[in-house]
Design a binder for this molecule. Sequence first.
Ligand SMILES: [Cu+2]
Length: 132
Amino acid sequence: MTGAELAVTVTGLAAIGWVNWYFFLAGRTQAVAAVPAGPGPQRTRIVVSGGYTPSTVRVEVGRPVRLEFDRQETSGCTEEVVLPDFGIRTYLPAHKTTPVEFTPTRPGSYEFTCGMAMVRGKIIVEEGRRER
Ligand SMILES: [Cu+2]
């Protein structure tokens, strides 16, 4: 095997590894159902560290939602979280978990962002499964 062939092989393996890693990680950080059934709020913990994980949360319409923002960094960027459609702007102290509560009244897709709208996440509000 020549040096060039070796380089191509190594690059190919690296690309395969990256793709696997990417999809594995993407699968883990995608939409998460926020406790669908039962009484009480639909709770989900969202880790705040360079972004929101998970960045997409699915909830049912007409039921209280409680997002627990676990902020694991001191970067000024994420010190506030804003849910413009719900009139919420909340300060998130570093290394603490701060709950944000609201009740979505209409299905749809709603953004949440940092105070400067640089870091983004999404809340997908759906009809409840029981009504379908
Ligand atoms: Cu920001």
